[in-house]
Write a protein that binds this ligand. Structure first.
Ligand code: 26W
Length: 813
């Protein structure tokens, strides 16, 4: 890594003062903290722009290959701290502000979280952008500039309430409107069959409405300050002369209504990360993003080329799940209809350019769009999809002449009562690379999800285990630990996380271990303050901080965790069995607004917390807290304060997980199943430094079908006691039978997520953990080894793999 280039800060203070005076029109004395946050950010943005412009000139001069990451979600979190750290000027700016009588930390706390994502998939995209810029690679993001990000969660009477989260993007200091580079997107309308001069078929897409995509750029500066790429987010607008017809007819209101309806496209992020909404507006959003991105990518390419011969050598496009899978059809449409290429040539270019990442195996999350909706929204694309499918099925008949069943299974169009487009098939057929996000997940993609495609094109399939950026998740979120590491082994880890290995030998140095543990304690104190402020609960930083923070979903098994808490409650209450160490169970996470059982689970956590925390005996040993409104800025406080990281999904269901990596890097010990990247974490840290329990993927698969939770229930008085309590008035307050549906799902509906099958093994592992925790030295060594051995989970490693094996992307230093 080349040394950090520090920008010139001589005009920094004046820029802040000018901003307050000339942009806000206030004397400095009247400026609020938010005003000053904006002032500082605009001074930082000035520095970013210099780097950004230089970077772009460098790329242009070299005519580099660029990678475009298309994603419906980018969960960046606050940007000021990250930008300052990456440019290496956080301490200088802190000093400048101090001189002005200002406190950087107070100003940073004013920055809202841009919540333009649901969870893992969106946060991964943000980590990738940080790594691309830090590796000085030309990688860019394309997304939607939603007015409303993911809802804000509050808790009332133990229930989740959702409030809209208006993201004031217009006033965000990081977002730069680029009105000069807008994209025109046709949508709706119909196909008129006409002939060209030679009598060939020449379909005309007519009567479409025109939507305008207005780009807004967020500069993404890499660590070291050499390179700034950008994340380009599109807002939807009605074109000025949109429906001029209706205006001319004198129907002013109808015209304005239409205008509003097209501007709805970028209004709101869909709040489910596991259930396809199947709504027309969602399809329009996906198409809108894809159409804007493809147009923009082609425009940039054509600045330096006059034909498409070099296209796939200069452009790589990564599809973040199937949400942008329409890129396959849109790129074909653009090349064939707009730029006049022959189909075969266009198809080669398309498949050589596109690559697809799968992020989930859950059947309910796999996108399928009814033909009727597709035809209504994008009639020309449906034709193109038919043609792609026709040719694809033709090649299949050659490969598998006597296997019509296989053709049915593989077709992009699903037959049935309601015909549907299978978006995963479209993405696979249109891409040269298909990857999963952890070893086991990639294996399951090949063997379980789309084995027919693997059989046909084994070479397309590969694995890219996820990673997280060490700049945000260690350097920024855990300044105490970052400082200790740098003092001990130097600062190379910031760009080469594998060097954390050098910490291993320090595990034999008691003084070092003591410092390491002290930092964890300070982070726990910081987290305890957050819990007090947001959940109004006093917790003891000397208890085990056992944390389950992620979206609430049955497969992530927060229910299993709650069962264990209830079990612990009864062991103390009824059997006088006191745990080896006091524990604080901390939950945080949002449930999709329409996901009844997930919301009920939040209510159950609060019901159990009420009983446990108020019990004079039990509360000395167990506390339960739910931190509302989980988001990036809270994760930055929660994760460094963890002793234990709960990663307890039913094996085979969590594609990878990335929270698991953040916790481990910050020295938490994982309590986990053999699922997703947990398997690779176990491999990295070694079996003595992780608690693995439960059935693995093969065992779960073998059990399915014959699994009978009733049998386990009948044999376990402990499970009976726990489930009876769930179904009793104990945790319900005055609401009778409140938790019956949770009980019912497990006891009477087959326990699809196999909570009971893993319960005993979970309890046993938790008992072992408590025993180890009280051995202070042993525990400190375990946590140190978690930090020291998880360097491979840096997203820099992931990006290097994609760059080398999928994108053909090079460093441009
Ligand atoms: C509304 C439909 C929908 C369906 C699926 C929206 C979003 C999704 C995502 C694919 C869900 C998701 O975020 N998957 C997570 O991706 C992470 C990054 O690869 C993984 O670490 C998680 O295991 C996976 O659940």
């Amino acid at each position: 890594m080349d040394s950090i280039i520090k920008p010139d800060l001589s005009g920094f203070e004046n820029t802040i003062r000018d901003y307050v005076r000339y942009v806000l029109g206030k004397p400095m004395t009247d400026a609020t903290s938010t005003d000053l946050f904006n002032g500082v950010s605009s001074a930082v943005r000035k520095l970013l722009m210099d780097i950004r412009i230089e970077t772009e000139q460098r790329y242009d001069r070299r005519d580099v290959k660029r990678m475009h990451y298309i994603s419906m979600e980018f969960l960046t979190g606050p940007l000021l701290a990250n930008n300052l750290l990456n440019m290496g000027i956080q301490e200088d700016v802190r000093a400048i502000l101090k001189n002005m009588g200002l406190d950087l930390d107070i100003l940073m706390a004013c920055e809202p979280d841009p919540s333009l994502g649901n969870g893992g998939l969106g946060r991964l995209a943000a980590c990738f952008l940080d790594s691309l810029a830090s590796l000085d690679m030309p990688g860019f993001g394309y997304g939607i500039n939603y007015d409303y990000g993911l809802f804000k969660q509050s808790i009332m009477g133990g229930y989740q309430r959702e409030k809209p989260d208006y993201w004031p993007s217009r006033s965000s200091p990081w977002l730069i409107a680029r009105s000069g580079e807008k994209c025109m997107v046709p949508v709706y309308g119909r196909i008129v069959d006409t002939e060209d001069i030679e009598g060939g078929y020449n379909p005309m897409w007519s009567e479409w409405k025109l939507v305008v995509g207005r780009p807004h750029d967020i500069p993404v500066v890499g660590y070291g300050g050499h390179t700034a790429n950008r994340l380009r987010l599109f807002s939807a607008w009605a074109s000025e002369d949109f429906d001029i017809q209706i205006f001319n007819e004198g129907d002013y209101f109808r015209a304005v209504e239409r205008k509003i309806s097209s501007e709805n496209i970028s209004k709101i992020l869909y709040p489910s990360d596991s259930q396809e909404a199947g709504r027309e507006l969602r399809l329009v959003q996906e198409y809108f993003l894809v159409a804007c991105a493809v147009q923009d990518i082609i425009r940039i390419y054509l600045k330096q080329h006059d034909d498409f011969n070099q296209f796939s050598k200069k452009v790589a496009i990564q599809l973040n799940d199937t949400h942008p899978a329409l890129t396959v059809a849109e790129l074909m449409r653009s090349l064939v209809d707009v730029h006049g290429l022959e189909w075969d040539n266009a198809w080669d270019i398309t498949t050589q350019t596109l690559a697809y990442t799968n992020h989930t195996l859950l059947p309910e999350a796999l996108e399928k769009w009814p033909l009727a909706i597709v035809e209504k929204v994008i009639p020309r694309h449906l034709q193109i999809i038919y043609e792609i499918n026709r040719r694809f099925l033709e090649t299949l008949t050659v490969n598998y002449p006597d296997d019509p069943q296989r053709l049915h299974r593989m077709s992009i169009i699903e037959e049935g009562d309601e015909k549907q487009v299978r978006m995963a098939h479209l993405a696979i057929v249109g891409s040269h690379s298909v990857n999963g996000v952890a070893k086991i997940h990639s294996h399951l993609v090949k063997t379980g999800l789309v084995p027919d495609f693997y059989d046909l094109w084994p070479e397309k399939f590969n694995n890219k285990t996820n990673g997280v950026t060490p700049r945000r998740w260690l350097l920024s979120a855990n300044p105490g630990l970052a400082r200790l590491i740098t003092e001990s082994i130097g600062d190379k880890w910031i760009v080469d996380l594998d060097t954390l290995k050098a910490l291993e030998s320090l595990g034999r140095d008691p003084a070092f271990l003591e410092k390491f543990s002290m930092i964890k304690r300070e982070n726990k104190v910081r987290l305890a303050r957050l819990i007090k402020k947001t959940a109004y609960i006093d917790v003891d930083p000397d208890s085990i901080f056992d944390i389950h923070a992620k979206r609430i979903h049955e497969y992530k098994r927060q229910f299993l965790n709650v069962m264990h808490i209830i079990h612990g409650y009864f062991m103390i209450q009824e059997e006088g069995v006191i745990p080896t160490a006091p524990r604080t169970y901390i939950f945080s996470g949002k449930a999709a607004p329409g996901y009844f059982l997930a919301k009920l689970l939040i209510r159950l956590i609060h019901g159990v917390a009420d009983v446990v925390n108020k019990d004079p005996l039990v509360s000395q040993w167990i506390k339960v807290a739910f931190i509302p409104d989980y988001k990036v800025s809270l994760a930055e406080i929660i994760i460094p304060g963890a002793d234990v990281s709960e990663q307890i999904s039913t094996a085979g269901m969590e594609a990878s997980g990335t929270g698991n990596m953040k916790f481990a890097i910050n020295g938490a010990v994982t309590m986990g199943t053999m699922d997703g990247a947990n398997i690779e974490i176990a491999e990295a840290v070694g079996p003595d430094n992780i608690y693995i329990f439960g059935h693995d993927v093969e065992e779960i698969q073998a059990m399915r079908g014959a699994y009978d939770p009733g049998k386990i229930l009948a044999q376990s008085p402990h499970i009976q006691r726990v489930l009876n309590a769930v179904n009793s008035p104990l945790f319900c307050g005055w609401e009778n039978d409140l938790f019956f549906p949770l009980f019912d799902a497990v006891v009477n509906h087959g326990d699809y997520y196999m909570n009971l099958a893993d319960f005993q093994s979970y309890v046993d592992a938790q008992v072992r953990l408590s025993g180890d925790y009280v051995d202070k030295k042993k525990w400190a060594q375990m946590t140190l080894l978690n930090t020291a051995r998880t360097g491979i989970f840096s997203s820099d490693r992931t990006i290097r793999e994609y760059a080398g094996e999928v994108w053909g992307l090079e460093r441009q230093i």
